[in-house]
Design a protein around this ligand. Structure first.
Ligand SMILES: [Zn+2]
Length: 484
């Protein structure tokens, strides 16, 4: 058999080890990993001498803003940024116009993404009180999961009441889909912010003051109770504080199927950076006091926090630089800088490259049932690959980012580690730091392929008595539709 491509000379990285090996690719999948002389003939060869060969990162939290806010980003620019960042699968959020809360809106978004995307993607459906009735249609239409906003965010999506949340979880639980939570309690933040504004506060740190960690602690604890009661799988987005880790760890210990992510901004920035960075730093939840960083790193190491995501949330400079912090749009791009920022911490000895692969690829794939088709590079897996130079030192320059929103808190930061080539299902989408324009439209919608154990259900009298699996390949164009 002739392979389509063989990557020679690199160091292959798994979540437990690294080893020198060649990687052969055929029909979009990994065909073989091993000694150079054991590789089949290949139509194309790539010399990766001195480079590391990683499973592409899976970023379960991005906002590519299409449709509705394409002056900030679209599926073309957002997935190009992913390709430059070594990210081969993204899960896109539903707070666009119209919100992704109906079958029609979802179908329209699938069309837009499939035409433009350079990397694979999952689309979240919006789960709010108004969209509970649409859950079956959204599942049939191929959502990767649901997003529920417990706190206010960009797009003014209303937060459901606790009663609405319980009902939403009851409806989603039998589908087996995971609900990703913006876990900040809206009513606490609204009162704090009103008091700060009344007192004349407009400075960047007023944003942090309006959202003390209790907003997240209360939200995570409440969501965990409802998850346990209904058997609905949940995921805590953008964990920012040490205090949230306790309700998360306690729920995990009780057997609740709850997963969590944190983001580079919470691991690497602190309250002292507000002065230096200014209003660009505004993000929900806020960057917190530096004392939170070490517990977040420790939670990744122990598995209490499962993964790294970015909350890539682009806005243009006009929307990020304003005198009154409460009028600044929340969030900033991150999908392109996540891997270099984290590889810099690998270079500094904070964690191993295998730890990074576990948090960026293996765990996200497992938590959403994409493993073993994605998340690693064993034969049979999708050939989603980031080939990186761990020694390359460079400086992040907002003007050179692929994202349409050329403004981040990372501008001017020195990093060590650079994705040099990115492949999605065996196809180069970024090669030698250049976008492969002909790969536009390469990205495909991903779907759950692996059944996961049923979560614990605290309420034995629930009318929901079993977790019903969503059949694989619910959409014909599914990149990962067939069972591996
Ligand atoms: Zn977000």
């Amino acid at each position: 058999m002739t392979a389509d491509l063989v990557i020679h000379g690199g160091t292959v990285v798994t979540d437990t080890t690294t080893f020198a090996a060649s990687v052969a690719i055929k029909d979009g999948r990994v065909l073989a990993v091993g000694a150079r002389e054991a590789m089949p003939e290949a139509a194309e060869q790539l010399d990766a001498t001195g480079l590391h060969v990683l499973p592409g990162a899976i970023d379960v939290h991005v906002h590519f803003r299409e449709p509705g806010y394409t002056h900030k980003e679209d599926f073309g620019t957002g997935t190009a940024a992913a390709a430059f960042g070594g990210v081969t699968t993204v899960f896109d959020m539903p707070n666009v116009i119209p919100a992704t809360g109906t079958a029609e809106a979802l179908a329209a978004k699938h069309r837009l993404a499939s035409e433009k995307a350079y990397v694979d993607y999952g689309l979240y459906g919006l789960l709010g009180e108004d969209t509970i009735a649409h859950v079956p249609d959204l599942v049939a239409g191929g959502v990767i999961g649901f997003k529920l906003y417990m706190g206010n965010t960009f797009g003014n999506i209303p937060s459901p009441t606790t009663g609405g949340m319980l009902e939403a979880f009851e409806v989603v639980a039998p589908t087996g889909k995971r609900v990703s939570l913006h876990a900040e309690t809206a009513s606490i933040m609204a009162r704090r912010e009103a008091r700060l504004r009344a007192a004349g506060r407009k400075d960047p740190l007023a944003h942090l003051a309006a959202r003390p960690a209790v907003v997240a602690v209360e939200a995570v604890a409440r969501a965990a109770i409802l998850s346990e009661w209904t058997g609905c799988r949940i995921h805590v987005l953008h964990i920012s504080s040490a205090e949230e880790l306790r309700p998360l760890a306690e729920a995990k210990a009780r057997g609740v199927d709850i997963t969590g992510e944190t983001c580079p901004q919470y691991l690497l920035l602190g309250a002292e950076d507000y002065g230096r960075i200014g209003p660009v730093i505004r993000v929900n939840p806020p960057v917190r006091e530096a004392r939170n960083q070490a517990p977040l790193w420790a939670a990744l190491a122990s598995g209490v926090v499962d993964m790294i995501a970015t909350d890539h949330a682009p806005h243009i400079p006009d929307e990020k630089v304003r005198d009154d912090i409460f009028t600044v749009d929340c969030g900033f791009p991150g999908v392109e800088t996540q891997m270099p920022l984290m590889l810099t911490e690998v270079a500094a000895g904070r964690m191993s490259i295998s730890d990074y692969v576990r948090w960026s690829a293996v765990n996200p794939a497992k938590c959403w049932g994409l493993y073993p088709r994605k998340g690693h590079l064993q034969p049979g897996a999708d050939a989603d690959i980031a080939i990186v130079d761990l020694a390359r030192r460079w400086t992040i320059d907002d003007a050179k980012l692929q994202s349409r929103a050329k403004i981040t808190p990372w501008h001017g930061r020195g990093v060590t580690g650079l994705p040099v080539h990115t492949l999605v299902r065996g196809r180069f989408v970024m090669k030698d730091r250049a976008l492969v324009e002909s790969a536009r439209g390469t990205g495909r919608s991903v779907h759950t392929i692996q059944e996961m154990p049923a979560p614990r259900v605290a309420n034995p009298d629930s009318t929901m008595t079993e977790i019903v699996r969503i059949p694989a390949a619910s959409r014909g164009d599914a990149a990962t539709g067939a069972a591996a």
